[in-house]
Design a protein. Structure first.
Length: 165
């Protein structure tokens, strides 16, 4: 299995997420799928998608995945889950974890949205998956998650840190 690096490349009729296709609103389940892959416990994309669909995506998928369902997804699979809402804790917590899922709101001009990404710390710094509309591989975030978020106009972020049990 391979990570999903760019959800916008998913055909509109494949992997529906509620009322819309995963290309538009699938970042939550995709972050869960990618995180499991990085943790060495991959599940089929269809199985991960099905789990999140059964947990009632926000407005039937028009907006995306609830934070609570993301926490439940990993707890049910036996991972130690720690959350952080203060950016000052993100770097240390992410470095001490096996894999993380980060949620944040973004702003581009008048457009506002939200996004989930799977990430981990490596020698070259933080590396994320399915970050940008033009991603073609893992994305380098640099040495600081707060700096990455500020550069993306990220707001109200949350970090879910995962450790193998």
């Amino acid at each position: 299995m391979e990570p999903i690096l760019n959800q916008t490349k998913i055909p509109r009729d494949r992997w529906r997420y509620g009322l819309r296709g995963s290309a538009a609103t699938g970042c939550g389940w995709i972050a869960g799928y990618n995180a499991l892959l990085l943790l060495g416990k991959p599940e089929a994309p269809e199985a991960v998608l099905s789990w999140f669909v059964r947990r009632r995506p926000i407005l039937n998928g028009l907006i995306g995945t609830t934070f609570g369902s993301m926490l439940a997804f990993f707890r049910k699979r036996g991972y130690a889950v720690t959350t952080a809402f203060r950016m000052s804790r993100f770097d240390r917590l992410a470095r001490e974890s096996d894999v993380c899922v980060m949620f944040y709101f973004w702003r581009r001009g008048w457009r506002v949205g939200a996004h989930y990404v799977a990430l981990q710390y490596a020698k070259e710094g933080f590396v994320g998956y399915n970050t940008f509309k033009n991603s073609t591989g893992p994305d380098r975030y640099g040495d600081s998650l707060p700096s990455f978020l500020k550069g993306r106009h990220g707001a109200l972020p949350a970090l879910i840190a995962l450790k193998k049990a």
